[in-house]
Design a protein around this ligand. Sequence first.
Ligand code: PLP
Length: 436
Amino acid sequence: MNNLEMSKRDLDVLWHPCTQMKDHETIPLVPIAKGEGIYLHDFDGNRYIDAISSWWVNLFGHCNPYINGKIIEQLSRLEHVILAGFTHESVIRLSERLVALSPDGLTRCFYADNGSSAIEVALKMSYHAHKNRGTERSLFVSLTDSYHGETLGALSVGDVALYKETYEPLLIRAVQTPSPSNQTPEAALEAADAFRILLQERGEEIAALIVEPLVQGAGGMKMYHPLFLSEAKKICQEFGVHFIADEILVGFGRTGSMFACEQASITPDFLILSKGLTGGYLPLSVVITTEDIYGAFYCDYDPARSFLHSHSYTGNALACSAANATLDLFETNDVITKNQETITFMGEQLKRFEMFGCVKESRQCGMIGAVELQGFDSRERIGLKIHRHCLEKGVLVRPLGSVIYVMPPYVISLEELKYVFDAIESALRTICANEN
Ligand SMILES: Cc1ncc(COP(=O)(O)O)c(C=O)c1O
């Protein structure tokens, strides 16, 4: 089989995510035959550096021998078991480790099987906890340009028109407060002031604030200072509003610390993790919450006060074994400290884009680097052109509109990372020079 044959079979039967399928009349699909470390190999013998960690999930490379081994071990014991009324060792061990790792005061793990579903869990839990305590609060607040997933609740608290607008009539109640406009402490304080004003006006209706701490991913890799988080947390406390930290993207070292909330020294009421949780192997997500929230549901059997939410694959044993293996790798390899060298190097690499007229700004938060372009109309699909150019150079990037970003697996070497930035520079030199 070659790429063409595989693509034909695919396009006869599949409908791909976040894709206008007609595009594939002109844009070839890339069928992947195998993954190895940071590389993806296609059926024609080409290889690509996965510079976006396959939608931000992969931490330690594809087909990591250690994680593979641990999943195989688990497979020989137990693949899956219902998590209501039953349990298993991998989910217990994972929960103990997550509670120990996450900010003080987070003590209870509730599992789902993808990021959006975990957002739904947190929104429902927040609303229901207030209700169990005798208050009706059905409005949620999120930041402008936020993204929390594609299911209806998650979409409601998001603010990316491209994904949301069509479905407006189907959504639950949510309002946005301005996100900090840049990475300075001043912008953080300004955004916190606007949030305070909103709570002064509507605080009693609001169940929770939900944020992507430090980096707003799908909204354009916008980044902000930790001061916003500490201020927003204080304001939430003052008005009895829950603080939901969606660390689905930023958790597990992406911002330089294990969890982004650590940089603001805050404990959210809900911490949501997915993506890197299993090292990018298997679908799993978790909502970690406090004894206070847990206590709002703990009572003699009363269906109205119980959290009767479930997913078939909740706490899947294979996914939990991948997650435990991922945490082993963090522990044994001192990953957070070692990533510092990559972070510094990425910062140096990003500087080379400052001289381009078509570059509005380059920015970085930990292991995430972004280059925002200016002067292009969205119909020009500049991101797609850059994606195509880089693929030809053997690098997978997938810009968000005119924001190019790099979010590689942590096992990338400095030389390989330089190659990624060389490919992006080459794309800018050819494409921007032609069009700008
Ligand atoms: C911050 C954030 N929240 C939620 C989600 C949704 O996760 P999933 O795609 O697993 O549903 C994403 C996905 O990109 C995300 O970046």
